[in-house]
Design a protein around this ligand. Sequence first.
Ligand SMILES: Cc1ncc(COP(=O)(O)O)c(C=O)c1O
Length: 354
Amino acid sequence: MDTVIPHDFGAQGGDLRAFGPGDYYDYSTCVNRYGPPSEVAEVLRRCDATKIRCHPYDSADRLTAQYANHLCVVKEELVAGRGTTEFIWSLSRCTPHTSVSVLMPAYTDFLRAFPGRGSLPDADETRIDALGRLLRGNSFVVISNPCNPTGECFTRDELEAVCCMNPKSTLVIDESYMDFVEDHAKFSMIGNPLSNVVVLRSPSKFFGIAGARCGVAWTRSAQVLSVFRSQQDTWPVSFLDVEITRAAMAADQWAASIRRQLIADGQWLESLLQASFSNVVCSVPVHFRFVYTRASGIIAERLRDFRVLVRCLGASHGVVHGGLRITAPLVQERQHFANALRAAISKDLKDIEL
Ligand SMILES: Cc1ncc(COP(=O)(O)O)c(C=O)c1O
């Protein structure tokens, strides 16, 4: 297994600063574009400004209480923070990087937090076997499940088995996309009995509130909990961010119907991509799809003529010959996207590139 040295990650999905003013169809972001639920605007409208006068002494507690309820765990096993990002960088500061590995393809920020620690499965190795091998050789292994960028998802049974076999190593699982998944119990590692598991959760993506910086780490390991807590300052989360998060997470009916819609959108996108590309990652439980293609750069550039943005990934993310991560268009945007894609690939691209 080769360790890949990262070089150029490009702008992260949803970072439109390089594009100048204008309206874009932004399928480079994994944030749910149907969000946030209307309850969020309502809580902002009703917010009593005097509440901002005080420091947010109880905001972290309110966030962990909300998540304890959402995840059916006890709040003593949770730490509140500013998104899953806080915990990834906290681990980066507290752990010798030579004892950490990141399974690739991987999310940009993991590879920034642990430079040079990304590892690809061998050619004849399954992802779960690669994960087992990384756990055997490192103190910490970081993954996202479902995986950003590919959408692939290990089952809970697979992860429990591999963690049981490697009790001296800790698996850090970023479950940022788990709220998109219908069969939660089959995939999430929240609540499992093992003490060498850390799960990160955040409302940013599913509830469409990435601008509010909230998230939690859950683990049964007293040592890891104390490492995360020791890194925090006096007021780890803001009052307003927690109010927004609580309002969004209480929108149960919205969540159920939007989840169904996102799954249907993902399936529509999958069929469209399969008609043109030979290597689409299929049957994943999320609202984005990944396609391995040597023509990723040129396709992304041509789509920009239609104000369509997609995320282009390459060797630095563990996508050796390139690929595109595309978030499913909203229902009313499907036709525009289909036309743009047809125009982008119809010209002079050869089958081998697609
Ligand atoms: C896998 C993964 N983890 C974490 C993040 C950032 O999450 P948060 O907003 O919770 O810090 C992203 C954002 O794209 C992501 O894809």
